[in-house]
Design a protein around this ligand. Structure first.
Ligand SMILES: Nc1nc2c(ncn2[C@@H]2O[C@H](COP(=O)(O)OP(=O)(O)OP(=O)(O)O)[C@@H](O)[C@H]2O)c(=O)[nH]1
Length: 620
């Protein structure tokens, strides 16, 4: 119900109530007036009858009383008039004249009480007013009643009863009330019409403002509120239009800027306000995400955070994160469906060894099988998963695809995935430089811990890693064998064939060493032509077997240097940690002592450290 209707109904209710009160008061007033008027009439007529009766008695023509009473009835409205005698008068003068009937109950009551009585009653459909007035004997009047009547002062001599119709009075009253009511109703109607006319601009402006606000809530700020007056209401319409223009302009600019940032295409008919709020919200979250990954220590932490974001912010359950190796010849599966992984679930595993098979890696563009079904042959979801689509996003680092995010969805999730794709790309754009920085830092750090010629870890790496290594051995209550290896007469190679030949020998040896131990073991280039191997979960006795194998392989190794084939031997010293020493570096020292022993006793041999070697420490 609008304001105009409400106010109209309110005024009509007030007008009706006022008219009802007015009619009630008027009717009551007219009734009181009619009764008072009729009473006065009857009192006057009664007095006339009394004077006439007295005069008739004095003049001896009382027998004409009845004709007088009959003539009285000719007075307009008067319907009956009669006189009755009191018992005292009957006792003195008898029962009365011919027309004089017996007093009725009211007359008897009036004569007994000496007080006039008036009443209204209905007769033959007519409203009648009856009055019965007593005649009281008094000696003070002229003539003196007590001269003729043998009664005491104040006695009732008789009563006159007259009836008159008050229909005429009632009709007049009703017509008057009807006239007043009609006039008031007309006035109220005019008032309501005037009020409605005054309220119309307020009501219409309020309705227009309401519609404009509703459209604004739906993201449409193009509504216009018509200015109908030049007063405050018109000012409200004006201000509303200014506000709408300001919001429309401002939100359009914000929306366009945010849309440019997110590269999100506008959807026709979308709510601009909520879309902008969502986009700003998304950008804010992406910014927090960037801050978080910048503070992450390693790439794997970043990948893990990205995985958690895909699950929690984007509601994705099926996805893969891949990383392209720095030599670009391999691809590593980092996370699949939220879990750390080293294989593929959604793609042909061939991409891991031949990254070119991955379309995103090859093209550097988003690969979307929703828009282009079957676009990538490498996408091979497992049969039990059912029908699936994929959108793969590249994360560009140093101008090339460094990592890949693959999102997998069912056909009915296609739209949802497309909707969140722009924001996801914002996250990936934020991730790219951070991943790149981390990758560079890791590679820089790796280079300081690695010997560039052989690719083996260096002594510095061992120094950094030793704490973890010792903790692992102690936790598992296991043994680690420390092997110290040194090429025999290596100086001779340099001196005879040159430094490059010496380098080639060292490289060939490092390959043999790497291939001779497990991937979990450590092979370290400890010095120039000196190497250190830590065999984890291995006692010195088991290490002796491996060391012997290394020795024989090196002995059999043929290194081609130009037209010459070189053959070298190696000496190896072995110590057991913690079997020989409770500290790791002491075990290294013991392995070195054993190596020295091997050199001293002829080279090309494996010597296991014994405590006696240490007791002769001063020899070394
Ligand atoms: N080519 C080459 N030579 C190196 C490298 N690092 C150390 N050397 C050389 O390796 C030689 C080490 O020789 P020595 O430790 O004196 O002893 P050796 O000749 O190996 O004899 P023994 O160890 O006693 O059997 C030195 O001449 C170093 O210059 C390297 O990276 N490349």
């Amino acid at each position: 119900m609008n304001l105009n209707t409400k106010v109209t109904l309110f005024f009509i209710a007030i007008a009706v109530t006022l008219m009802a009160v007015l009619v009630a008061i008027s009717l009551y007033a007219f009734r009181s007036f009619s009764i008072a008027s009729a009473t006065e009439h009857i009192r006057t007529a009664g007095e006339v009858v009394r004077v006439h009766l007295t005069e008739s008695m004095i003049n001896g023509v009382i027998d004409r009383r009845e004709s007088f009473l009959k003539r009285m009835l000719e007075v307009q409205g008067l319907r009956s008039a009669r006189v009755v005698r009191s018992p005292e008068l009957e006792r003195q003068f008898g029962q009365g004249l011919n027309m004089e009937s017996r007093p009725d109950a009211i007359e008897r009551q009036v004569m007994a009480g000496g007080r006039a009585t008036f009443e209204i009653f209905e007769e033959d459909g007519e409203t009648m007013f009856r009055g019965t007035i007593p005649y009281i004997a008094t000696s003070h009047g002229t003539p003196n009643c007590l001269q003729c009547h043998q009664v005491s002062e104040g006695s009732v001599l008789g009563a006159v009863t007259m009836t008159m119709s008050i229909d005429g009075l009632r009709d007049k009253a009703l017509w008057t009330v009807a006239g007043i009511t009609g006039a008031v109703a007309l006035f109220a109607l005019l008032l309501v019409l005037l009020l409605r006319r005054l309220l119309r601009p307020i009501s219409e402006t309020a309705t227009a403002v309401e519609h404009a606000v509703q459209r604004a809530l739906d993201g449409d700020f193009k509504a216009h509120v018509e200015q109908q007056t030049n007063d405050e209401i018109g000012q409200i319409a004006n201000d509303m239009n200014r506000l709408l223009r300001f919001l429309d302009n401002g939100l359009n600019r914000i929306g366009m800027s945010v849309a440019r940032l997110t590269e999100r295409p506008a959807t026709p008919g979308e709510n601009l306000l909520t879309a902008t709020i969502d986009m700003v919200d998304g950008l804010s979250k992406a910014s927090h995400f960037k801050q978080a990954i910048e503070e992450d220590e390693t790439k794997s932490e970043i990948y893990q955070r990205l995985s958690t974001t895909l699950q929690q912010e984007f509601g994705r359950g099926e996805f893969s994160l891949y990383e392209i190796a720095s030599n670009k010849k391999q691809m590593k599966s980092i996370i699949v469906d939220g879990e750390a992984a080293d294989g593929c679930r959604w793609c042909d595993p061939e991409i891991l060894v031949r990254p070119e098979a991955c379309r995103v890696r090859r093209t550097g563009h988003v690969v979307d099988s929703i828009d282009n079904p079957g676009i990538c042959y490498a996408f091979q979801p497992p049969a039990e998963a059912g029908e699936r689509r994929h959108v793969c996003f590249p994360i560009i680092q140093s101008g090339a695809v460094g990592s890949i995010v693959q999102i997998v969805c069912t056909p009915d999730e296609e739209n949802k995935l497309h909707e969140c794709a722009p924001l996801l790309q914002v996250y990936l754009r934020e991730t790219a430089p951070v991943l790149e920085t981390k990758r560079l830092m890791e590679s820089l750090r790796d280079s300081t811990l690695r010997d560039p010629m052989t690719g083996l870890n260096n002594r510095r790496f061992l120094e950094e890693y030793v704490e973890t290594l010792v903790a692992g051995v102690q936790r598992k209550r296991a043994h680690a064998a420390v092997l110290m290896l040194d090429l025999d007469y290596f100086k001779m190679v340099n001196d005879t064939y040159g430094h490059d030949a010496g380098d080639a020998v060292i490289k060939a040896l490092s390959t043999v060493l790497k291939q001779s131990v497990r991937a979990s073991d450590l092979v370290i280039r400890y010095g120039g032509e000196e190497f250190l191997i830590v065999l984890l979960d291995s006692t010195a006795e088991q290490a002796c077997v491996i060391a012997e194998k290394i020795r024989t392989e090196v002995e059999a190794l043929k290194i081609q240097i130009g037209s010459t084939v070189l053959k070298k031997t190696i000496s190896i010293g072995i110590a057991d940690f913690p079997g020989d020493s409770s500290t790791f570096w002491q075990a290294v020292k013991f392995a070195d002592i054993a190596l020295y022993q091997a050199k001293e006793t002829g080279r090309n041999r494996v010597i296991r450290f014994t405590p006696e070697m240490w007791s002769n420490n001063e020899d070394y």
